[in-house]
Ligand binder design. Structure first.
Ligand SMILES: [Ca+2]
Ligand SMILES: [Ca+2]
Length: 565
């Protein structure tokens, strides 16, 4: 054995040979020789180890990068998928059996389904502004449709992408995410938001000719619902040249449709294609930095235009409408106190109903298009999830699915969003983290304001979000304890929602059991969700509920005061 090693030593570098000869020549005692030989052998062993280690590393790096590629295990990839104007119509909730959302349901079956999640503002721009910055609308004073990137508080605070990027994440987004896009917040951005295809008169987008009047007149974007095969033909008039065919408005392009299988791709389909390509590109790059990927889908936002097969899933005659009571709005204050004429939601509702022979026909027609748009959106989510699940990222990527706010579909004679009732504030929320054993359902009231701290917590980037003193601190808190079943920090947690109109701010507080609404003139609504999930009976005037109403009123004021500090 020793001889063999000596022979090996004879082939080793010259310096080792000289060292060995010198030792033999200059030492007289056999023991000393053996001791030095032993030391030398140890040295040779170490060299051998280094050689083997180096060879292994080379082997790993050069020959097996695909199999042994490992990302940062401490910080997972985070994927945020957003739908637009999607209310609680998701099958996993088991509340409305007319919906078809197998892919979101699949994600929910693996992750945690939040059954009491809400938006903080019930229109696209301020909801997304508060979600992506983690700052409450009443702190930024950003409530409406103005460009939130001009808002001083929001501009001087990090978006979640910047927060993660500062701590080593690479970030990419595609589709409709921030409403008012801000490219610099991302490392890279794919397709911009595009609500169309839509009918076109050669100059401007117009209502689809198939949509009955007067509903068609509420505006081309809000009013349009049609099968994709129902190609709009808009004749010329004295001003406009007319146009035959669908039109992609921001791109100023004709959308070609020849058949179900021979047509251009819809914006949501292109968005998912981009996200899939990005995932594959990252997979091939072997970059070890974790990623944040935002995917913003447009449907079921209007125009409700999707391929025919999704309309065919919901035959109108088979649709069962959820509970919509006559005169349900009589004991409410939003419309009568603040809209002496008509709110947008009431106007849309009245226009829809008067465009059909019966209220039921009107609502079923609209529900069919909304449900079809959800099913279409769900199919796109499924295409992405299929790719993710087959990728190297399947086990180290958290997926969050939600919407920017809900949608009121006929309840309280409203067809819109931007109110403080359950249908409008409630959003679907699913969080799937493959690394943990999650609880399946959480009924704690949470809201979109909690996503910034949740995501930055997951990415180990839960640090001061302010760029400077003009920024504002976060309004929510990380939901990760809830994923583990720990509710200790959430005993009195609430979802706060706001609607602002003409300078008036109206607030709602949602607890496990109650919804309390306080309008700017002091009018109140109170609903008991254990008995009245559709919020049909306003208990604010009930003597039996004086104390709970007072408690919630004080709580709301306390929250507004506290979170202003
Ligand atoms: Ca929206
Ligand atoms: Ca009522």
């Amino acid at each position: 054995m020793i001889k063999d090693r000596m022979n090996f030593n004879a082939k080793s570098p010259e310096t080792s040979q000289i060292h060995y000869c010198n030792v033999v020549n200059h030492l007289n005692g056999r023991v000393s020789v053996i001791q030095h030989q032993h030391k030398l052998l140890l040295k040779i062993d170490a060299m051998t180890k280094y050689f083997i280690s180096f060879t292994l590393i080379l082997f790993v790096l050069v020959l097996y990068p695909f199999k042994l590629f490992a990302q940062d295990t401490e910080r997972p990839n985070i994927i945020l998928i957003m739908a637009d104007d999607l209310n609680q119509f998701v099958g996993a909730y088991g509340e409305y059996d007319q919906v078809h959302t197998p892919n979101i349901d699949r994600l929910a079956s693996k992750g945690t389904l939040f059954t009491n999640a809400h938006s903080n503002a019930q229109v696209c721009a301020p909801s997304r502004a508060s979600l992506f910055t983690g700052i409450y609308p009443h702190h930024s004073e950003n409530f409406g449709f103005e460009n939130w990137r001009n808002n001083s508080v929001l501009r001087n605070s990090n978006t979640i992408m910047e927060q993660l990027r500062d701590y080593g994440y690479k970030t990419a987004g595609v589709g409709k995410l921030m409403h008012q896009p801000w490219r610099q917040a991302w490392d890279e951005y794919g397709l911009k938001q595009d609500y169309t295809p839509i009918a076109f008169n050669g100059t401007e987008k117009v209502g689809h000719p198939s949509v009955p009047l007067p509903f068609r007149n509420i505006g081309p974007l809000d009013a349009t619902f049609a099968r994709l095969s129902d190609i709009p033909i808009v004749p010329a008039d004295s001003i406009n040249p007319g146009h035959e065919g669908w039109y992609l408005f921001p791109l100023q392009q004709t959308f070609e449709y020849n058949s179900a299988t021979d047509r251009d791709l819809l914006p949501d389909e292109k968005t998912i294609d981009w996200a899939i390509d990005k995932l594959k590109q990252w997979e091939l790059s072997h970059d070890q930095a974790p990623f944040f990927l935002g995917i913003g889908l447009i449907r079921p936002h209007t125009p409700l235009v999707v391929p025919d097969k999704f309309f065919d899933m919901f035959p109108k005659e088979d649709i069962k409408l959820p509970l919509i009571l006559e005169n349900d709005a009589e004991d409410t204050y939003f419309e009568k106190q603040f809209f002496p004429d008509e709110s947008k939601g009431k106007y849309h509702y009245n226009s829809l109903i008067s465009s059909f022979s019966t209220k039921e026909d009107a609502l079923k027609t609209y529900y069919q298009a909304y449900l079809a748009s959800i099913a279409f959106m769900d199919e796109q989510v499924g295409r992405f999830l299929d790719t993710l699940e087959a990728s190297d990222f399947a086990q180290n990527s958290i997926v969050i699915f939600t919407s920017d706010h809900g949608y009121t579909l006929g309840e309280k004679e409203q067809l819109f969003k931007n109110n403080l009732w359950e249908s409008s504030t409630r959003v679907p929320l699913v969080i799937y983290d493959p690394a943990i054993e999650q609880v399946s359902k959480v009924s704690t009231p949470v809201s979109l304001i909690d996503l910034f701290p949740t995501i930055s917590d997951m990415g180990k980037a839960l640090y001061d979000n302010r760029k400077n003193s003009n920024g504002h601190v976060l309004g929510g808190k990380s939901l990760t304890p809830l994923l583990h079943g720990n509710q200790n920090e959430f005993q009195n947690y609430h979802a706060l929602s706001v609607v602002a109109y003409k300078g008036d701010k109206h607030y709602s507080l949602r607890t496990e059991k109650w919804r309390y609404i306080e309008y700017s003139d002091g009018s109140e609504e109170l609903y008991d969700h254990t008995k009245d999930p559709y919020e049909t009976t306003n208990l604010a005037a009930s003597i039996d509920h004086t104390s709970i109403k007072e408690y919630l009123r004080n709580d709301l004021q306390e929250i507004l005061k506290q979170s202003s500090d």
